[in-house]
Design a protein around this ligand. Structure first.
Ligand SMILES: *Cc1c(COP(=O)(O)O)cnc(C)c1O
Length: 382
């Protein structure tokens, strides 16, 4: 049998390696010129004159975003249970409470028709998560936010590049959008993230709070013509800046983002065609004319055929790594106990989770690798 095919692998080229070496030799290790360049390149990629703030993770970015829009103790923030815990934990960092709304069973995204019933006088914001890289129903979510005076912070950890009605996620009229560059995401800096906003005041707050609440960042401090020793602390900020070493990787990853997306989209199409007739539901494609980032390819096994754990274990026996996205938050002890949630409180999330399997989909996979995955799925479900 051929070697084990991991569930995910980053795709790092010689360009990234050379740029990291150049950074190391330059003497700029922390946030400096490469990070500025990465931020500028990212803003140009998204378009529409957005501002960008590089951070050392999307979790940090989401925390800064919620802080910047003024989330505080006792506030409520609406989000989905079908996500990684980072989406909701940042709400708790600020003493606020997540209010979960069930998903649309087809798309895995928050069910926009169920959001309004969850809004109370304490609701301050909504965090939609574009699961796997498929855009949420943003028109409905944005108009609800406008109607009720709520802020929107998009968790776009999976959504580079994703479009909604022809526009890249990050360029919509939400308050803030946050991307992740974790090792397995669609582009990576090892660990990292990017805050994107059209609002200069929010950008300024995020930039200040990213580095200890200091009113000028380190780069300005050493390059500005004013005395370099002087700075002012205006708030108890955080240590969330991205290093130039990481940004060196990001600069080159970003240049390949569209190429990577095209490869993953072709793989998704190949999977979906190959699985026709098997007892599984493939993930939905993006609506015609729109782009799905295909960070994840999540199949749902039809009930009564095979137990999900047994399917994953049989795939492992055949040398293929699978995963599950996600164990819904309301099934984890912390969230269940803190908010007294029962598994059946979010039936669509529960039902999708119990049958969901994420198959490997990444640009380092060869055609042979994908054919191996397809053959394994066929053998197990035939
Ligand atoms: C990965 C992920 C995050 C957190 O990203 P980090 O960069 O690892 O902090 C947030 N939300 C979702 C949905 C994710 O998958």
């Amino acid at each position: 049998m051929s070697s084990f095919l991991p569930f995910a692998l980053p795709d790092i080229g010689e360009e990234e390696i050379q740029e990291v070496v150049a950074s190391l030799k330059s003497g700029w290790l922390t946030t400096g010129p490469k990070t500025k360049q990465f931020e500028n390149d990212f803003a140009a990629f998204i378009g529409g004159g957005v501002e960008t703030i590089a951070v050392n993770s999307a979790t940090a970015g989401l925390h800064l975003a919620l802080e910047a829009i003024g989330i505080g103790a006792g506030d409520e923030v609406i989000t989905t249970p079908y996500t990684f815990t980072a989406t909701a934990e940042v709400i708790r960092y600020l003493g606020a409470h997540p209010v979960f709304v069930d998903i649309d069973p087809t798309t895995f995204n928050i069910d926009s028709a169920k959001i309004e019933a969850a809004i109370t006088s304490r609701t301050k914001a909504i965090i939609p998560v574009h699961l796997g890289g498929l855009a949420c129903e943003m028109d409905a979510i944005l108009s609800l936010a406008e109607k009720h005076g709520l802020k929107i912070v998009e968790d776009a950890a999976h959504a580079l590049p994703t479009t909604y009605r022809g526009k890249l996620i990050g360029s919509l009229t939400s308050d803030i959008t946050v991307f992740s560059f974790y090792a397995t995401k669609t582009i990576t800096t090892g660990e990292g993230g990017m805050i994107v906003t059209r609002h200069p005041d929010l950008a300024k707050r995020c930039r200040t709070m990213r580095l200890h609440g200091i009113s000028r960042d380190v780069f300005d401090r050493y390059t500005s013509s004013k005395p370099s020793w002087h700075y002012e602390v205006i708030a108890p900020g955080f240590k969330y800046n991205l290093t130039d070493i990481a940004s060196s990787i990001g600069i080159h990853q970003l240049r390949k983002a569209r190429l990577f997306q095209a490869k993953r989209a072709a793989m998704a199409e190949m999977y979906t065609q190959a699985f026709a007739g098997l007892p599984l539901t493939p993930p939905p494609a993006a609506p015609a004319g729109d782009m799905h980032a295909w960070h994840l390819y999540v199949i749902r096994l039809q009930p009564g055929i095979i137990d999900r754990a047994e399917f994953i274990s049989k795939m492992a026996d055949k040398g293929i790594g699978c995963s599950v996205h996600f164990i819904p938050l309301h099934l984890h002890p912390y969230w269940a106990e803190t908010y007294r949630l029962k598994p059946t409180d979010f039936p669509a999330a529960l039902e999708n989770y119990e049958r969901a399997v994420s198959l490997p989909i990444y640009t380092k996979m060869a055609k042979d690798d994908q054919e191996r995955v397809i053959a394994a799925v066929r053998e197990i479900l035939a």
